[in-house]
Design a protein around this ligand. Structure first.
Ligand SMILES: *Cc1c(COP(=O)(O)O)cnc(C)c1O
Length: 371
């Protein structure tokens, strides 16, 4: 097999590298009315809910589409039409939350910090004191545009003390970073199949506080995005309301089995943390500087400053690393030139070392010496 034919390793935050076992689970066609498929969906939801220990308080509602569909559905379903959302922003996904509120017509305000500055509980305390009309706060847990981690637990407690509701986009952290619904109060936590659970992309899911979900009838601006309706139908029939992503569900089911076999959240976190440390150490040896300080770096994706050498261009760099079997990710910052390397997916520390070796080789070929 030539290198071009060999499947590359995706060092991207979803879609990401999946295991052959997960991919093989998609070789079966499922009928959407079939009892076996309904059992598969129910089992997936049950196992997802167990990851956050949300059995007593929350309901897992799956939804077709990419992760953003589920974020939009959560806001549209759980925020009443006369509610107001405080959106906490330190990157592109935070901005997307504000855009969603704007497009679906929910009143909102924003609080933005620099891309390397986490939102603090003190910020949120002050903002909620200043504006009592806020009903919900929307937060990105790990802002994937840089890899920065926001202090979820502290922020959640402050929001609860003000009697407000929290909506968390935990798309890139769920499954790898500990989020326990018994200790962290939230009305919605959103994630998707194709991130840290190492399934394939195509569906999201929302852990909605059951009392809030039950009280949300008629809130939603959209039929297909209405999580209350999706849940009510599924509870009654065992089926998805509209055509389910059958192969995606089957792959996620298989990915969850491997997640549990690996040792669940603790083991997944440990592997990603090793990946991240290996990556940071080996890249530092080449002279690369990471954009974030270690204290606020989540072990999910790392942003590196691009080399300052005039011979560097991301496109050529990307293409050459790609030929060696690794897919990198462009930067998403407006002010500084960067690129990103994901630590998640079916890859371990030896894979990360091989990726850095490919990067080193590429720099030599390009005669990029100034990092
Ligand atoms: C991946 C991701 C999403 C969802 O993006 P899609 O392109 O819709 O899958 C949302 N928020 C965060 C933080 C993410 O990492």
């Amino acid at each position: 097999m030539s290198t071009a034919e060999r499947a590359p390793i995706l060092l991207t935050p979803g879609p990401l590298t999946t295991s052959p076992r997960t991919r093989r689970a998609m070789m079966v066609d499922w009928g959407s009315w079939d009892r076996d498929f309904n059992d598969l969906t129910a089992d997936v939801c049950k196992r997802l809910l167990a990851i956050i220990h949300g059995e007593a308080t929350h309901t897992c509602v799956p939804l077709q589409g990419s992760g953003t569909f589920s974020v939009e559905a959560a806001i549209g379903t759980l925020v009443p039409r006369d509610g107001k959302v405080l959106v906490l922003i330190n990157g592109a996904y935070g901005k997307r939350l504000a855009k969603i509120c704007q497009v679906i017509g929910r009143e909102f305000s924003t609080f933005e910090t620099e891309e390397d500055v986490p939102t603090t509980a003190a910020d949120v305390d002050r903002l909620l004191t200043e504006d009592p009309s806020v009903t919900h706060v929307a937060l990105i847990h790990c802002e994937t545009s840089t890899g920065i981690l926001n202090p979820l637990q502290d922020i959640a407690r402050v929001i609860e003390s003000h009697g407000k509701r929290l909506i968390i986009d935990a798309m890139s952290s769920f499954g790898a970073l500990d989020i326990d619904a018994r200790h962290i109060p939230f009305d919605a936590l959103i994630a998707a199949s194709g991130k840290c659970l190492e399934g394939v992309p195509g569906m999201g899911f929302v852990f909605a506080r059951s009392s809030a979900l039950n009280a949300s009838t008629g809130n939603c601006h959209s039929l297909s995005m209405d999580l209350q309706d999706q849940h009510a139908y599924m509870a009654k029939t065992g089926q998805w309301r509209f055509t389910p992503p059958t192969h995606v569900v089957a792959a996620l089911h298989e990915a969850l089995s491997q997640y549990e076999e690996e040792g669940g959240l603790a083991a997944r976190h440990q592997r990603y943390a090793n990946n991240c440390q290996t990556l940071l150490a080996e890249m530092a040896e080449l002279g690369f500087r990471s954009f974030l300080p270690a204290e606020i770096q989540a072990p999910i994706i790392v942003t590196f400053h691009a080399p300052s050498d005039a011979r560097y261009s991301f496109t050529e760099f990307y293409n050459r690393v790609r030929e060696k079997g690794f897919i990198l990710y462009p930067g998403k910052l407006t002010q500084v030139e960067t690129f990103r390397v994901g630590c998640i997916g079916q890859v371990d520390a030896s894979g990360m070392r091989a990726a850095v070796a490919a990067i080193a080789e590429t720099l030599k070929e390009m005669e990029v010496f100034e990092i």
